[in-house]
Design a binder for this molecule. Structure first.
Ligand code: ZN
Length: 312
């Protein structure tokens, strides 16, 4: 275990994987329920010899983590997603510095949302970005509308389906599993370690957040992920879990998404107007998940949009 000074006042812990979770661990995205305090974050978790996750708090009143992955190779470091602000992503860069002097060469933008891209200005200049065309269009639009928004370099590599790259002898696959939480979610797969970073395709014990989602296609992406040869699934929000727990939790998440779509569909078919449906929805066990109260109504509206053919 070693201590790192992160970008903010906090100290970043680099902790071994086994120290983080066990089968007895409470399954929740809520740090307090897992016995963690603010002082435990940000933190980096070593999940394989050269692979780490980095967890820091998402902004907002409800506490939960935004999780990134980084892969260290002789030829450089690949980072999957950043944090939501330049100060927070500085913390991620500092945590990488703690474990290697190799430079950050590649950043995969797996989710175009601000809580994963808002800090990208803190990545070193000259970094090679990889992004889905739909996400590039979103970021370009934001940069055109706001002078202070981070600008994706013109050299960014577009991945519409899949690509494989070699970095220091390590094979890394960048995969589009279909539209899901956004129109351009990318996943990063490490075939040697059988690790799959799913970014916001997988929100571990966080209520399915559908503001820019494609509900039924998202389900399809999760089923594809479940069928892959994977030992450790990494979520973009919520905690990094041990291999077997991560597999269970991905399955649990797919069930949650199914249940949310089923409940919204039931209300739609019963002819309940959307404004009443948001009040009538019964989320069952998922009502206790992080963000359920704010994301429930958004999910109803999105599923209604899809069922009525308004979602293109
Ligand atoms: Zn997010």
């Amino acid at each position: 275990m070693s201590l790192v000074r992160a970008g903010r006042l906090a100290i970043c812990l680099v902790i071994p994987f086994l120290a983080t979770t066990s089968l007895a661990q409470v399954r929740t995205a809520d740090p307090a329920q897992r016995g963690l305090t603010n002082a435990d974050f940000p933190r980096a978790i070593k999940i394989a010899a050269n692979v780490y996750t980095y967890e820091d708090f998402h902004a907002g009143p409800e506490r939960f983590t935004t999780t990134n992955m980084f892969v260290v190779t002789d030829e450089g470091v690949l980072v999957a997603d950043g944090q939501g602000s330049p100060a927070e992503t500085k913390g991620l860069v500092a945590a990488i510095r703690e474990v290697t002097t190799n430079r950050i060469t590649t950043v995969v933008i797996c989710s175009d949302h601000g809580d994963h891209t808002g800090g990208n200005a803190s990545f070193p200049p000259g970094v090679h970005y990889i992004i889905h065309p739909a996400s590039k269009a979103i970021l370009d639009r934001q940069a055109a509308a706001r002078a202070d928004a981070w600008k994706l370099p013109a050299s960014a590599e577009l991945v519409a389906d899949r690509t494989a790259l070699k970095l220091g002898g390590e094979e890394l696959q960048i995969l589009f599993l279909g539209r899901a939480h956004t129109a351009g979610d990318l996943a990063v797969y490490l075939p040697r370690q059988k690790i799959l970073f799913l970014s916001e395709i997988f929100l571990n014990r966080v209520f399915p957040a559908m503001r820019s989602a494609y509900p039924s296609e998202w389900l399809g992406a999760l089923i594809k992920a479940e069928r892959m040869d994977v030992n450790i699934y990494i979520a973009g929000h919520g905690f990094t879990e041990q291999g077997p727990v991560s597999t269970e939790e991905l399955h649990t998440y797919r069930k949650a998404l199914e249940a949310v779509i089923t409940e919204a569909t039931r209300l739609y078919r019963a002819g309940v107007p959307v404004d009443q449906a948001v009040k009538q929805a019964n989320w069952g066990e998922y009502a206790s998940w992080t963000l359920a109260s704010s994301q429930g109504p958004i999910a109803i509206r999105k599923v209604y949009e899809e069922l009525s053919g308004q979602l293109k």
